[in-house]
Ligand binder design. Sequence first.
Ligand SMILES: CC(=O)N[C@H]1[C@@H](OP(=O)(O)O)O[C@H](CO)[C@@H](O)[C@@H]1O
Ligand SMILES: [Mg+2]
Length: 552
Amino acid sequence: MNEQQQSLLVQSASRFPPPQGIKLSYGTAGFRADASILQSTVFRIGILAALRSLKTGGAVIGLMITASHNKVSDNGVKVADPAGEMLTQDWEPFADSVANAPDPESLIQLIADFAKKEDIPLNGSKGATVLLGRDTRPSGESLVEAAKQGICSVIGAVGIDIGVVTTPQLHWIVRARNKDSKPSASELDYFDQVSTSFRCLIDLIPNKSQHGIGKLIVDCANGVGGEKLQVLKQKLNWSDVEIRNSGEQGVLNEQVGADYVQKDKVAPQGFGPPDVGVRCASLDGDADRLVYFTIIPNGNNRINLVDGDKILSLFALFIKDQLSILTDYTNEYQPRVGVVQTAYANGASTKYLNQLGLHVIFTPTGVKYLHEKAHEFDIGIYFEANGHGTILFSNRFLRWLEDKKSTEKSLEKQNAAMRLWAVSKLINQAVGDALSGLLLVEAILQHMGWSVEKWNELYHDLPSRQLKVKVADRTAVVTTNAETIVEKPPGIQEAITALTVKYPQGRCFVRPSGTEDVVRVYAEARTQEAADELATSVAKLVDQFLGFHVGM
Ligand SMILES: CC(=O)N[C@H]1[C@@H](OP(=O)(O)O)O[C@H](CO)[C@@H](O)[C@@H]1O
Ligand SMILES: [Mg+2]
């Protein structure tokens, strides 16, 4: 590192002292904490993003300020790599040490050592670009400013602020600028592409007139999804959609949004008895998660939840149908379809997907793991139960499809190829995206002529319960086997298994959260009472093994 670079970093870093006595970690989805302590972290991740751009030959890197479904006073920061995907896991330890370096001197030493090891040109000879986006949190603007300061303290680096966007939009734009050779790709291109491909899917529906599926109401978590869905609604001239909790009045994520709806299995605020019988959906605070639901008549706000597993099943079924129109066993090339889930996937969904003849794989929680796995297939479909997921298409498959679109003689096959092509354009290739996911669900339901109830009947969820336990040190829990088995502390797994076997169709696991200071407990069983009981008794176990009384 030359002297000019060094003094620039010293000067700017001293304006962003790290919070005392707090250790932050990059976690499942970047850094998240109370917004008031994040200035220094975000500044430093701005530096990291600029270094990442330098390392990747000047590719555009994304930096998103969001804490997704967390409360409004929290915020966070995460980095998108050139293909719009999550920051490579190899850099996470560096992100941790950069965020936690106690003073400017140690920070600069870390950067110098890392730049040397990674062969990053830190002499101003190369340019770097970081695209900055934020959700609607009030703390967003000043954190974007901190990130810009970080970026600008790397010579040759520029930060481009694209304002308030959904997390998936930022990832999409980063990808488009690098991969699709559209250096000026913007939010407008995103809206154009998703709306055009959605229209294409609708135009390809056979016997369209028979397929009206009625109104949709979308809960936008009082977040960024509200204004963006409004744009799509106008663009598509879509009169059958009603946007609620758009953020004009209520508080972000407060008793609204996909996380609340999925975890508590209740209707969000602003929904009630008049909505019984209507198809409803919920996005989360930064619009990268999507779930559907219907309100149970006289059910005291309870809902029938149509979660990420069911969205995955619907997508898998549609893709499989289209592929079976397009190919038969005589085809030389048989596209490999893979489905990726986590331990949180309802057991009934996995059984259903297996029955469809699909290859199901499990990874640890966190979309970075699912996404990576899905890439191993020609068509990789992944979803977390909470509604984050997408479908990835390999280049080889897309080239094959391109050829099929133009050479297929049969109109039926041509249409199937066109549909799959439109899906690949509609569904976000960088990350899970609630808006494009919502449009795909709507297009498929219309295609099938299905009500949300019919969709929900694909299989019946096993009753489940999720609990959180506050413990003294959640890092004491070490898991293996896609987080289904606890290795440490010793003895706890045996105790969990002993409880689980008592319940018919029982399944239970615990893992430390990557986004909250808790250990999560998940239990599934034949009845709701049994699932609740199992979860509660395992939560007690966790408390016995790891609670605050331990070692005190
Ligand atoms: C049970 C659950 O929903 N966990 C969520 C949650 O992670 P935890 O590590 O469980 O806190 O937030 C992640 C980021 O949004 C998401 O990927 C994940 O699925
Ligand atoms: Mg989110």
